[in-house]
Write a protein that binds this ligand. Sequence first.
Ligand code: GLU
Length: 324
Amino acid sequence: MKKGIFFGIALTAAMLMGLGTAQAKTQFVTIGTGGITGVYYPTGGAIAKMVNKKKKEYGIRATVESTGGSVFNINAVMNGDLEFGIAQSDRQYQAVKGMAEWKDKGPQKDLRAVFSIHPESVTLVAAVDAGINKIQDLKGKKVNIGNPGSGQRQNAIDALEAVGINFEKDLQAESIKASEAASLLQDGRIDAFFYTVGHPSGSIKEATSGARKVRLASVAGPGIDALLAKYPYYAKATIPVSMYPGAQNDKDVDTFGVKATLITSAKVPDEIVYAITKEVFDNFDEFKKLHPAYSTLTKKQMLEGLSAPIHPGAMKYYKEAGLM
Ligand code: GLU
């Protein structure tokens, strides 16, 4: 009897201790994404899902945060507020080199790349009644170029400048989040908006399926060609309009694009970055099914478009897997 009670207490104590260590070991990591109607938000969710399945093995619990986008995410990862973030490849390049929004702060030395994900294109969504067929038609219009933390803002400014439109003087520029732009366009409060995003995206679906007729306008021409020749991180792209049946387009739309990438900090432990990389790559077919924007992804492509040094935790996996 006594022995039985003692055994019971010992067992309970052991269980509690065991629980205590398991809890102390759980490491919480947050992935910064974008607006919930973009592709970053479900992408963060897909990555978190892959690693959370192995919570017992790794002791990692990943969660996702909706944010203002690429620039916000890079800054939050550099400040230590987030462990991971999704950011456009062009913004990764600029942050590493201390360009654009990082001109005053200088090169972000601790920025590390993990992998790249889906392609994103500079998408110009415009009301048909505003007479906008192409970026060159934006003069004098009310256009959302994006919130300051977003990736699209600088893409919009670059594209406008490339076609001779000054965003401060030649149009009425708005600085609102992409998640609000679709309803503002439908309500007639803006004529067009820029969004650098993967396709299909909830936001572009919302913008093109309302009562106000909307089309995807082209972002092309000699000025844009010169822009692409100048910057290594921009490349030609086309948006397949079949993804947006409500859009008033009869052929695919010419524009340029970048890639979505997963970034982190040199300060994030190797084992965490290794676990996330391994789970996404080892379960690649399952990962690819989580969003239609990943349909053409290959493992090899996921190592392209990275300007920051690859985090050692990710590198360990790429070497093991023979990808590097
Ligand atoms: N490319 C956008 C940005 O950097 C976000 C797109 C998305 O959320 O899918 O702000």
